[in-house]
Design a protein around this ligand. Structure first.
Ligand SMILES: CCc1ccc([C@H](C)CC(=O)N[C@@H]2O[C@H](CO)[C@@H](O)[C@H](O)[C@H]2O)cc1
Length: 820
């Protein structure tokens, strides 16, 4: 029989219990009677971390021996969510741990609830990066995720008097057991100053960068465990520190504050995440943040490459680096600087290595989200990089002029430099020129990319463009978030679906099975009741789990049209006010999402949601047939309790504006039916689940463009549609603002004036579609059939599929198995 388990590696309940008690004592200096929630959380986390470390070290050893081609994911944002539960799942010890703690009279869920998640991202882009890291490890692909270790992540959202109030995110307050500080892995990052062009003893032109400031980046490593495999990959996040912590000379001169000023100034670089989602702030600190983590990451990749002993010109043979939107795009110029200025490669060799190393993913078509840096700012922060960008651009445009000798307008449009005063560096252009592939994140989005914002590049390099429809990890968003449904799936299909989601298709045969349908509805009801209890405990909402849970959860943005959803709610309200005996199914409309602090209209939409909720929820005529709830502080942890509880998933963006969406996939994977437009990945979800199992409405992307081009007059629609008019008038008249007709004026004026996001154009189709939803809901067998078929056909929206496509079509990388 195998010998006794080692307390630091054993996976049995007994060993886990002992290890937990050991860590409570040796790490926290506590025993159960006096331990706090955090003591228990830390003790359990270190217990689990110990077991991960073995796999982590074996993975590093395997990579060291085999020197495999490696993916480097460069992202300014990561939203990994709480680590503990996911690592228990990856190690396959959820039940053993639950039992280990039960033996001590402790509840695993209570300990899990204590974890503060690393909110190092705003929304879709950051969460996608985390799903991709999970799939890279699960598919045993050698990979490193590089990013920034913000001391303060996305703000905590409180709702006061219906308004969003931001408070700082103190996620590191209790420390973070999942990271390992690597003081030995640190790099100098230079900023500002000027360049000197000299000729060296060999007559070669050398450029010296006389920098003005120097910062240091220190690595913090977090393990990323694959599911059902030994692989544990690396998430390496950089923290900015002063090259010199304390300046004694200044101190001795009595300038005590001065002595620590450099330290304070350095640390500001990784101090806080910019909470803007889809709007470029153009702030100097933002550019510093981007350059800081990119320079540390590339210096780290060069250090790793140096251990291979291979010539630098083959750098791209070792590394495939993905630019997660334009935020890390300065990497193109930084790699050129490192290869040419620091390592003496000649320009052409360096350029070949650079453009074969990088590929660029675009996540948005919104003009205001496309980063372009004013030249004076760029020159001030990165004088050498500006020279390199100029040289890249000169050579690029020379080639283009050969191709288009008499088309100066096209040349100007293609240029990396926007000549409009004060001149700008267009980062999407630098990424397109400096990489070997450009991809959008859903089929429609990729098509629009090639016909709108990057049309000129698509004209010259059609083969550089490819689509990579987003995906989500079924580990966190099904197995972890919805264990009841996951168990039902495994019972019906075996557990192969957890690593091969296409196997869900096996459910199709059960779609009409009454017994299975009952179990299905039961599993959903349990999650709805859990969410209802969470909302009752959290903010005193009384919602009925038997009602239709109609949920819209995502960042607040006008193009996502939370206010169109509200127009439907107010229409339902009016209908019930005028026909209190109408037979309408009880509906609970839930909203969740943060607004960028500087985005006034988004914040007004949050206020309107809460204002409508306040009136509707206490109006006796509603007789509990309509409830509205705003779920505060929507983040990954909250999302895990929201997706499983949804019956209806709201994906109602103006067609052509949501690049993909990933919440749409998570809701559908958890058995929610989707009401949505033909936008982003909705198009592909509808294709997959079947038009009969999707509630479609509204203008498509081309119709939306035509509607605007044809001189769109929203006011006319308002005049023509009595229900629309009644709803708008109720909002405008102050019915939801204690009679204050001014409060929502800006929102109403925009809708009746410009309505840039075509809400009034889609209103009637949306409301009629919602009536079809209500009809379907009345027939549980039909609804459940649709829900089962939805889940059965969602296999392709796994991030494993997306990553397999990136590996095949962009990164050309293969799995490297790590043996147990
Ligand atoms: C410069 C400020 C800024 C910050 C973040 C962003 C992100 C690109 C915004 C984002 O998260 N986009 C979302 O990316 C998801 C993952 O691909 C898509 O599913 C969403 O449709 C897209 O809105 C743009 C601009």
């Amino acid at each position: 029989p195998p010998g006794p388990e080692h307390t630091r590696t054993g996976l049995s309940a007994e060993t886990l219990r002992q290890a937990f008690l050991d860590n409570l004592f040796y790490i926290q200096g506590r025993f159960p009677e006096i331990a706090t929630d955090d003591d228990r959380y830390q003790a359990l986390s270190y217990t689990v971390r110990d077991r991960l470390l073995h796999r982590w070290v074996r993975t590093i050893q395997a990579y060291k021996e085999r020197d495999p081609r490696t993916v480097c994911y460069l992202s300014a944002e990561y939203l990994p969510g709480p680590h503990l539960a996911n690592n228990l799942l990856s190690l396959g010890i959820v039940d053993a741990t639950r039992e280990a703690l039960r033996g001590l009279g402790l509840d695993l869920d209570a300990i899990l609830d204590h974890e503060e998640e690393p909110g190092l991202g705003n929304g879709g882009l950051g969460r996608l990066a985390a799903c991709f890291m999970d799939s890279l490890a699960t598919l045993e692909i050698p990979a490193i995720g590089y990013g920034i270790r913000y001391e303060y992540g996305i703000f905590d959202q409180k709702i006061q008097d219906g308004w969003q109030v931001e408070t700082s995110d103190t996620w590191l307050h209790y420390g973070n057991p999942w990271e390992v500080r690597r003081p030995g892995i640190c790099y100098d990052v230079r900023i500002g100053g000027r360049t000197e062009h000299v000729t060296d003893e060999h007559g070669r032109l050398r450029v010296h960068w006389r920098h003005a400031d120097l910062f240091r980046g220190v690595a913090y490593d977090t393990p990323v465990a694959g599911y059902g495999v030994e692989t544990v990959n690396l998430l390496r996040l950089w923290r900015a520190e002063a090259a010199e912590d304390f300046d004694f000379t200044v101190f001795n001169q009595g300038d005590y504050v001065g002595a620590v000023m450099r330290k304070v100034r350095s640390e500001t670089i990784s101090k806080v995440l910019y909470p803007n989602d889809e709007a470029d702030s153009g702030k100097r600190l933002r550019l510093l943040q981007q350059y800081f983590f990119v320079s540390c990451s590339l210096q780290d990749m060069l250090r790793i490459f140096a251990t291979t002993g291979r010539p630098l010109a083959e750098f791209h043979a070792k590394f495939a680096a993905q630019l997660n939107d334009t935020h890390p795009t300065i990497a193109v110029a930084e790699l050129m600087r490192l290869l040419v200025d620091e390592h003496g490669l000649d320009w052409d060799e360096a350029w070949q290595a650079t453009r074969h190393t990088f590929a660029y993913t675009n996540h948005t078509l919104l003009p205001e989200a496309l980063e372009k840096w004013p030249l004076p700012l760029f020159a001030d922060v990165l004088p050498r990089h500006l020279e390199i960008v100029y040289e890249i651009n000169r050579r690029f445009l020379d080639d283009m002029r050969l191709r288009y000798p008499d088309d100066p307008a096209r040349i100007a449009r293609l240029s990396i430099i926007d000549e409009t005063p004060p001149k700008y560096v267009r980062m999407a252009h630098l990424a397109s020129v400096g990489g070997h592939a450009i991809n959008g994140v859903a089929a429609l989005h990729t098509r629009l990319l090639g016909t709108t914002v990057l049309k000129d590049f698509h004209d010259i390099w059609p083969d550089k463009f490819q689509n990579k429809t987003n995906g989500v990890t079924p580990r966190r968003f099904l197995m972890l978030a919805n264990p009841g449904l996951a168990d039902l799936l495994t019972e019906a299909l075996g557990d192969g679906w957890t690593r091969d989601l296409e196997r869900l298709r096996g459910l199709e045969g059960l779609a009409d099975d009454p017994a299975f349908q009952d179990r299905w509805r039961q599993a959903k009801l349990i999650r709805k009741a859990a969410l209802a209890e969470r909302l009752r405990a959290g903010q005193g909402n009384a919602i009925d789990p038997a009602s239709l849970f109609d949920i819209q959860a995502k960042r607040i943005h006008e193009y996502k049209r939370q206010h169109l959803n509200l127009l439907h709610v107010v229409t339902l309200y009016n209908r019930l006010k005028h026909a209190p005996d109408a037979d309408v199914p009880a509906r609970t409309v839930l909203f969740g999402g943060k607004a960028a602090p500087g985005y006034a209209m988004a914040k007004l939409i949050i206020k309107l949601i809460n204002a409508v909720a306040e009136v509707v929820n206490r109006d006796p005529d509603m007789r509990d047939r309509l409830k509205v709830v705003f779920v505060p502080d929507y983040n990954v942890k909250v999302a895990q309790s929201v997706y499983p509880a949804a019956d209806l998933s709201e994906q109602i963006s103006t067609a052509g504006m949501e690049a993909s969406g990933t919440g749409n996939m998570k809701f559908s994977l958890n058995g929610a039916l989707t009401i949505g437009t033909l936008d982003g990945a909705n198009v592909e979800i509808r294709e997959a689940v079947g038009p009969d199992n999707f509630f479609l409405f509204g203008l498509d992307a081309d119709e939306a463009v035509r509607t605007r081009a044809a001189g769109y007059r929203p006011y006319a629609l308002y005049e023509r549609d009595p229900e629309l008019r009644a709803a708008v008038d109720l909002i405008a008249g102050g019915h939801f603002a204690h009679g204050d007709a001014g409060l929502f004026r800006p929102l109403v004026d925009h809708l009746l004036g410009r309505d840039d996001y075509l809400l009034l154009a889609d209103y009637r189709a949306y409301v009629d579609c919602q009536d079809r939803v209500a009809d379907a809901w009345r027939d549980p067998a039909r609804w459940t059939r649709m829900a089962i078929l939805n889940v059965a056909r969602m296999g392709r929206f796994s991030s494993d599929r997306a990553i397999a496509e990136y590996c095949r079509d962009i990164w050309n990388v293969a799995p490297a198995r790590v043996d147990g």
